[in-house]
Design a protein around this ligand. Structure first.
Ligand code: ACO
Length: 324
């Protein structure tokens, strides 16, 4: 028998305000069509003033707990993947902990930018497999709008705000590829690429929050290669092939990256879950937001083999295979 981390609930939250591409035409030298054709993005949600990452995260967490039939105090650990915590400290996770009424568990943030959910899921899986926790709430939540330079047309049109959450529960399984739960997970980072994608401020350097800076074309190039390698790693570790994958739930950075990755690994386009058009790039929130969409609309069903991947600044990247 093998201890596995099985997903028993999923939830999401998107802020009310929807911003279509046309909004950017008023202030920037850009067009709706340019944004759509280069990224696949048509609109995104932005948080209201005073609405912070932990607020979005708590809404998503409560939705996931509801689906799991649990209360906030039923989880042993809360892991929030974010680069946009409300404050420099304490963590967004401890704020979520208070908001969902959890006092028995422990909570912490994970910072791997757009790859954050892959890192959070992998670490939550390790907590469960090692016996440190029986139930873990894993959240990806961002208010990336707070990091954007509204004069930089190369970045500010690409991102959005939102949160997604899943509840993982320890279950004894047979130890085969037919098990439910996280079957394999693979993480990577390479800090030599900081200049390609970073925020030009922080508490330890400028004492400011800073703005996103990105060499878009370079990030694109690395993303396709790194993501494909991480996926091949997950397939090799389990012996599955691309044909075995029921659903591909990638980080939603750019539709062209998703299309190129699916093609590179030989995945049929209809197996790719795509939310980037409606949500933009929500960084660490994008994978659980896409997961939630595909579970709630009935595409992902119990027993399906789901491939997750993400890549972000650092660079950081990773993949996981999960049987739903
Ligand atoms: N409107 C109009 N023109 C624009 C805009 C805009 N909003 N933004 C940039 N341009 C211009 C550029 O200035 C450039 O002009 P130039 O040729 O006169 O210098 C031209 O468009 C082409 O720019 P490129 O950057 O080469 O355009 P590209 O086709 O690569 O698309 C994009 C840009 C969308 C940023 C793309 O490179 C991309 O998506 N890269 C990946 C970045 C990403 O996903 N980052 C997210 C974080 S990391 C992650 O999540 C994986």
């Amino acid at each position: 028998m093998t201890r596995r981390a099985v997903a028993i609930g999923v939830g999401h939250y998107l802020p009310e305000r929807v911003v279509p591409n046309a909004e950017f035409e008023k202030t920037l030298d850009t067009t709706s069509e340019w944004i759509k054709s280069r990224s696949g993005i048509e609109r995104r949600h932005f948080a209201a003033p005073g609405q912070n990452t932990s607020d979005l995260a708590a809404h998503a967490a409560n939705a996931a707990l509801d689906m799991a039939g649990l209360n906030g105090n039923d989880v042993d650990a809360i892991v929030v993947a974010t680069s946009t915590a409300d404050l420099t400290f304490p963590s967004a996770a401890t704020m979520v902990q208070a908001k969902i009424g959890n006092t028995k568990g422990y909570a912490f943030d994970i910072q791997a930018v757009c790859a954050g959910f892959a890192f959070a899921l992998t670490n939550a899986n390790a907590l469960i497999v090692s016996g440190q926790a029986d139930r873990v709430l894993v959240i990806g939540a961002e208010t990336f709008s707070r990091l954007l330079d509204w004069d930089d047309r190369g970045t500010c049109v690409l991102f959005g705000d939102g949160a997604g959450a899943i509840v993982l529960k320890a279950e004894e399984q047979s130890g085969t590829n037919e098990d439910r739960g996280v079957l394999t997970a693979h993480l990577h980072s390479d800090g030599r690429y900081k200049e390609k994608l970073y925020v030009d401020g922080g508490p330890g350097s400028t004492s400011t929050v800073g703005h996103v800076r990105m060499e878009g074309r370079e990030v694109f190039r690395h993303a396709v290669v790194n993501i494909a390698e991480a996926i091949e790693e997950a397939l090799a570790a389990t012996g599955f092939t691309a044909d075995d994958i029921d659903w591909f739930v990638p980080h939603q950075a750019n539709k062209r990256i998703l299309d190129a990755t699916a093609k590179r690994i030989g995945l049929a386009p209809e197996k790719v879950v795509i939310t980037v058009g409606e949500q933009g790039n929500t960084s660490a929130a994008s994978v659980p937001l896409a997961l939630d969409a595909a579970v709630k609309d009935g595409r992902i069903k119990r027993g399906d083999l789901v491939l997750l991947e993400a890549m972000g600044g650092g660079f950081t990247w990773g993949s996981a295979l999960v049987r739903w």
